[in-house]
Design a protein. Structure first.
Lengths: 270, 187
């Protein structure tokens, strides 16, 4: 039953007038405990009745109170409960409400503060975790790009090697590169030349390797070998037609039009 | 702000059970006039009503252990004691026992007559207005239900109205009373 229905049913009026049946009284008592607004309604009904009957007669004789009191027995000792009720009532109700209000808001503030601190901690932790995850993710993406690039390169190189028209020429080390070796791959149809420098030591800073093709007994510049490029193993050199042999010299940065014969370090016949 | 002490009904009950004198004082100050109005409404004799009011408070004090909060409001319980003592008093006075149903005293109307007859120092004008604003049917309902303690079944028989109608009329009457006493209070 809705509270408004209870209020408008007339049950509360009967309750105050004392004409409810015991089971109805029990229902009203129970509802009052659950809905304080019902108690307010009951008090208002009671007040209007008391107000009315108080006004329809002459005021009671002032003497009567003392006369009655003289015949009653009272307990002169205040019980602890009575004391508590008195003390409680002596403090200004409004002040109590303020105090309660302040206490409640303080409690609310502290609770929310604690909650905020906790929330903030959780937030920082989650944020840090997120940053970590993001870093891991970009690292992985980078790695994947590298892998992808190297896979593409390897595929290209594999294609070069797998081509039956490509001939591999081994260059043997001599002088400064004794016991070292390198390889040249040459397409016998297109004359494309690839140099594989993966097994060569690095040159001093001011020097570079330079590849020469020997055509009709004369050296022809086939290009400078870039030792800094790590992206691929094969370096595409100048296409040379009719090369009979390949040689590598160590030259100044930028290379030279003719080889310095003293610095020749690799040589191999086609 | 006047630091007037107020108790909730529950606090007051605890204190009365302990026979606390302050509690009696509070009980008397807050309830005696309302009870007196009902008693005098039934007896219509100030001196005798005062006597009955005295007896009422003696009984309230001595039999307070029998008051059970689960059975209703404190005022309702005290009202019953006062009303019964008042009815007993009129019966013994007239030395004839009338059945409650046959009793046709119309207390609220009596008040009106009293007001005209007596020149009292209480707010007679405000009260007359209040009574004039109550419809006749509301007057008789309040009279029977509040002053005479009729149950709704008894009112239904007496006024020859269906029980449901009585319930509605009791509520309407008390709502009107509430509105009027509130207005009075504001004035």
């Amino acid at each position: 039953m809705k509270i408004n229905e209870v209020i408008s049913s007339g049950l509360l009026e009967s309750y105050v007038l004392g004409t409810t049946k015991p089971e109805e009284t029990a229902v009203v008592n129970k509802l009052c405990k659950e809905h304080p607004e019902l108690l307010k309604e009951i008090e208002a009904i009671e007040e209007s009745l008391m107000n009315f009957s108080a006004r329809v007669s002459t005021p009671v004789n002032h003497e009567l109170k003392n006369k009655i009191e003289a015949h009653l027995t009272f307990n002169s000792e205040e019980s602890p409960v009575a004391k508590i009720i008195s003390i409680k009532k002596e403090t200004d109700n409004r002040l109590t409400i303020y105090k309660l209000g302040i206490a409640a808001s303080l409690l609310l503030f502290l609770t929310s503060l604690m909650y905020n601190v906790r929330l903030n901690r959780m937030y920082s932790k989650v944020n840090a975790e997120l940053a970590e995850l993001n870093a891991a993710k970009s690292y992985m993406a980078e790695q994947m790009n590298i892998q992808q690039a190297s896979l593409v390169t390897m595929n290209m190189e594999l294609q070069i090697l797998a081509d039956p028209k490509v001939k591999t020429i081994a260059l043997k080390g001599m002088n400064s590169l004794d016991k070292k070796s390198a390889m040249v791959h040459m397409n016998m149809e297109t004359y494309a030349v690839y140099f594989n420098a993966s097994a060569l030591p690095a040159t001093p800073d001011e020097k570079q390797y330079q590849l020469w093709a020997i055509v009709d007994g004369k050296p022809v510049d086939a290009g400078i070998i870039d030792m800094k490029s790590t992206a691929q193993v094969f370096q595409k050199m100048r296409s040379i037609k009719g090369a009979q042999a390949f040689a590598v010299t160590i030259e100044q940065i930028g290379g030279r039009p003719t080889p310095t014969m003293e610095t020749m370090c690799l040589l191999g016949n086609v | 702000m006047g630091a007037k002490q107020t108790y909730t009904q529950d606090e007051l009950i605890i204190l009365i059970r302990e026979k606390n004198q302050k509690a009696f004082s509070y009980l008397y100050d807050n309830y005696s006039q309302a009870l007196f109005g009902v008693i005098n409404g039934i007896i219509n004799d100030v001196e005798e009503s005062e006597d009955v009011l005295q007896k009422t408070f003696f009984k309230i004090w001595s039999s307070f252990a029998s008051y059970d909060t689960e059975k209703g409001r404190l005022y309702t319980w005290m009202l019953n004691i006062g009303r019964n003592l008042a009815i007993d008093s009129t019966r013994s006075k007239h030395e004839k026992i009338k059945s409650k149903i046959q009793s046709t005293s119309e207390n609220v109307y009596k008040f009106e007559n009293n007001l005209r007859a007596e020149d009292n120092n209480y707010d007679a004008i405000g009260l007359t207005t209040l009574l004039n604003e109550l419809k006749d049917e509301h007057k008789s309902i309040i009279d029977l239900a509040y002053f005479e303690g009729y149950t709704q079944e008894e009112i239904s028989k007496k006024l020859n109205l269906p029980l449901g109608t009585v319930k509605t009329k009791v509520r309407q009457a008390l709502l009107k009373l509430r509105e009027l006493t509130k207005k009075e209070f504001i004035n």
